[in-house]
Design a protein around this ligand. Structure first.
Ligand code: FAD
Length: 343
């Protein structure tokens, strides 16, 4: 039985694990490592430190399905809709850019990370959090993978699903095995950066605005605000409200190297101008997304790049497609094809 390591418990990694289980159930032992404390990656749902019931989506907000992808990935949408993991977005959104006529929008009532958790459950993979991969070496026809804490394990195949610059930050002899053209293509992949701030409230606090989601166009710092429980259509009388603020990309770039503790007060100051009189939250969480959304995908390798054939080392993720639910599905399907033909 082949031992496969998937690095990254975001949407691409969890879906790869799930599809691999469904297609090659008896032939693979799937292990998944993530450096974070929990599942989701950039589909992150954070909890208030004071009240674990109060949650907010700090990364992806809602899923937009264009008519093309809604049909192409129909089985994925149907599965999540059947399990109530996705529901149509019915709340009021101000200023949304319509990407394509006929597109449908969906939200996750239990938070966007519930999509990832669903695929992880379906995969029955062994999942380990706080496992930060640092080195990958080819040794005796296996991949020798180190994680922080200097413990190593051997695998027959490895799938890397983190943002492309984080793949290039890894160390080990695998880097010497990648040809120069591939390296140049990987180095040319790029991402925007932005901050997200979650404001968590106690039950009963009223956030008095006529919308659930609003795109802001006239503020240098704030680009997007969501009243997260309202966006997800939760029972407003009993839900603990949470507000999510995304900064603009230019603000993200300008403050990228600052500590998030120093950036949070700047965001709060601008928020007071955009929403004067917003109640004081009971807790907050500031998230720096150094690699937020793909601005330049890796060229000429749709969905995946195979770095080494035997043993297999393949990378995938939105860096090889585009930053969305469908971009991750597309990548996971391509990674699956490579795994199936190799294992
Ligand atoms: C602010 C923001 C808003 C967005 N809005 C939307 C939206 O509304 N709709 C939409 O469809 N998409 C949106 N996106 C894009 C979407 O979130 C991403 O396209 C998608 O989540 C990418 O998933 P992934 O699995 O490819 O990568 P990731 O989610 O980044 O997963 C990679 C995982 O690898 C782990 N990792 C990294 N390095 C290591 C290491 N060395 N060792 C172990 N683990 C490691 C990370 O912890 C992470 O969990 C948004 C993204 C952001 C940041």
């Amino acid at each position: 039985m082949s031992r496969v390591l998937i690095v990254g418990a975001g949407l691409t990694g969890s879906l790869c694990a799930c599809l691999l289980r469904r297609e090659l159930a008896n032939n693979v032992h799937i292990v998944l490592w993530d450096k974070a404390r929990g599942a989701g990656g950039r589909m992150a749902t954070s909890r208030s430190t004071n009240d674990s019931v109060c949650t907010a989506d700090l990364g992806a907000q809602y899923i937009t399905a264009t008519p093309y992808y809604f049909q192409k990935h129909q089985s994925f949408y149907e599965e999540l809709l059947t399990h109530n993991i996705l529901k149509p977005l019915t709340a009021t959104v101000e200023g949304m850019l319509i990407k394509e006529e006929g597109s449908l929008n969906f939200v996750s009532p239990c938070g966007v990370s519930s999509i990832v958790r669903h695929y992880l459950k379906e995969s029955a993979a062994e999942v380990f959090y706080n496992y930060h991969v640092t080195h990958i070496n080819l040794k005796n026809n296996k991949w020798e993978v180190y994680r922080k804490g200097s413990i190593l394990e051997y695998f027959d195949a490895v799938v890397l699903t983190m943002p492309v610059p984080q793949i290039l930050h890894l160390q080990g002899n695998f880097l010497q095995l990648i040809d120069e053209t591939q390296k140049l293509k990987l180095e040319a992949g790029s991402y925007s950066s932005r901050y997200a701030l979650g404001l968590f409230y106690k039950a009963g606090v009223q956030i008095d605005v006529p919308w659930a989601v609003k795109y802001i166009t006239n503020n240098p710092c704030i680009r997007f605000i969501s009243i997260d429980n309202k966006k997800r259509n939760l029972d407003l009388s009993s839900a603990e409200p949470a507000v999510v603020v995304h900064t603009s990309v230019s603000f993200g770039a300008e403050h990228l190297e600052k500590a998030k503790e120093d950036v949070e007060p700047l965001i709060l100051e601008e928020l007071e101008k955009v929403l004067p009189g917003l109640p004081k939250p009971s807790s907050t969480k500031c998230q720096k997304w150094r690699y937020s959304q793909v601005t330049q995908p890796v060229q000429d390798c749709p969905g995946q790049m195979t770095l080494h054939e035997e043993p297999l080392l393949v990378c995938g993720g939105d860096g090889f497609t585009h930053s969305s639910f469908d971009g991750c599905i597309k990548s996971a399907l391509r990674v699956l094809e490579v795994l199936k033909s190799n294992l």
